[in-house]
Design a protein. Structure first.
Length: 403
């Protein structure tokens, strides 16, 4: 199986290299000079990792309602990363203890592949040290990307897999590791991580897949460039307040529960819009952290949704606008990395029309946003409940005001 994965990746790399060869003559000389200068100054690494872990039994499919009639409890995975080692050219690099960041590819092999498939993920990666002592560092890692190549739910061909309902999903990684520099260009590390796969209920059923694993890695520097760090005085941070206001939008899938349509139509369901306004008031404490609180006013078309059948087709039944409104409050924490910010906002609904199928009142929002034109930002967030099950994905655009 791993040989097939390797050959698949090899073919993709060949295509990328071919495209590069074809377009390379079009690259301007100035751009080439800039690239040469970058490679002559910046340490570039490749990192390979092997993970061995277990699947967290969060739904019936994982717990044994599958072809194996047994728990899907173990998996192995491999990943390869292309990384830039920061040296302190920018203030945020020094503030974060000279982190590494880059892009990676990941593939997992479960003890049940017929119903799950062999997922492959492409993702962005960031890692920074909590503490660094000479050649040893204790680090945290974050990854976010997309996974594909699932054997997803199909009501006829693959009816057991309620964990993954689409061929694509999000990929979220968070972990810790201990890394040691064994030679000038070689690093070895061991760590532990948590991984989450979900499509944010863009397609149901979607119970999601959660795993945890030990990880062993080797990092190798590709270019012969000094990796010594630049150390400058860090200016005193001026604490300030911020008000972030953004609008969000998304969709949520609802499966029809009646028995008077064919099974394909039943599971295609109906898509409902979700949208609203977020207001967050926060205090920037230092170069890394913001804390605050906020509230949202939202419209969720899936709340109190009713579906009728007209000539074998599903037809949403209109409801008063107010039946779909919700109001929620949340504390907020942001980990700020230059223009990028990772967002954590556990929230509580304080108003929703009561129905028999409401999601829990306590939810969790995790997301990322990128600032542009100084005070505007784009973002994407996953709203979940029970810390493991997705509710929907929010796409955000907004503006901040500082004072």
């Amino acid at each position: 199986m791993w040989v097939n994965i390797f050959l698949y990746m090899k073919e993709k790399v060949k295509i990328i290299l071919l495209i590069f060869v074809l377009i390379q003559p079009m690259v301007l000389k100035a751009q080439q000079t800039k690239l040469d200068s970058f490679l002559a100054h910046t340490p570039i690494f490749i990192r390979g990792s092997f993970q061995n872990g277990c699947v967290i039994p969060t739904n019936e499919f994982i717990r044994g309602q599958n072809l194996l009639k047994d728990t899907i409890d173990s998996y192995n995975s491999i990943s390869f990363l292309l990384l830039k080692q920061t040296k302190g050219d920018k203030l945020w690099e020094q503030v974060y203890g000279y982190p590494v960041f880059g892009i990676g590819i990941y593939s997992a092999l479960f003890n049940e592949t017929k119903e799950l498939g062999v997922p492959i993920s492409v993702y962005g990666f960031f890692s920074a040290p909590f503490v660094r002592i000479n050649k040893l560092s204790f680090n945290y890692e974050l990854g976010l990307g997309l996974a594909f190549n699932w054997n997803s739910f199909d009501p006829v061909e693959n009816p057991n897999n309620i964990a993954i309902s689409a061929e694509q999903s999000t990929y979220i990684e968070a972990g810790l590791n201990l890394e040691y520099r064994v030679a000038r260009r070689y690093y070895l590390s061991a760590g532990y991580g948590f991984y989450h796969f979900s499509n944010g209920k863009l397609k149901l059923p979607n119970k999601g897949l959660n795993t945890k694993a030990v990880k062993f890695s080797m990092r190798y520097q590709l270019n012969n460039v000094s990796s010594s760090f630049i150390k400058r005085g860090v200016p005193k941070f001026e604490k300030h307040f911020e008000w972030d206001i953004d609008v969000y939008g998304g969709v949520k899938n609802v499966i029809y529960k009646g028995g008077d349509v064919d099974i394909i139509t039943k599971y295609e369901g109906v898509y409902y819009p979700v949208y609203g306004i977020n207001n967050t008031f926060s205090r920037s404490l230092n170069y890394k952290s913001k804390v605050g609180f906020g509230f949202s006013i939202g419209y969720n078309g899936a709340i109190n949704a009713q579906i009728a059948v007209e000539e074998g087709e599903l037809d949403p039944v209109g409801q008063p606008f107010g039946h779909h409104l919700d109001v929620n409050i949340y504390p907020s924490y942001e980990l700020v990395v230059d223009r990028l910010a990772f967002v954590l906002q556990p929230g509580l609904y304080i108003y929703r029309k009561k129905t028999s199928e409401l999601t829990p009142g306590f939810y969790q929002r995790i997301g990322v946003k990128y600032h542009f034109l100084k005070d505007y930002f784009l973002g994407v967030s996953l709203r979940a409940f029970h810390f493991r099950e997705s509710d929907f994905i929010e796409w955000n655009i907004g503006r901040r005001v500082k004072w």
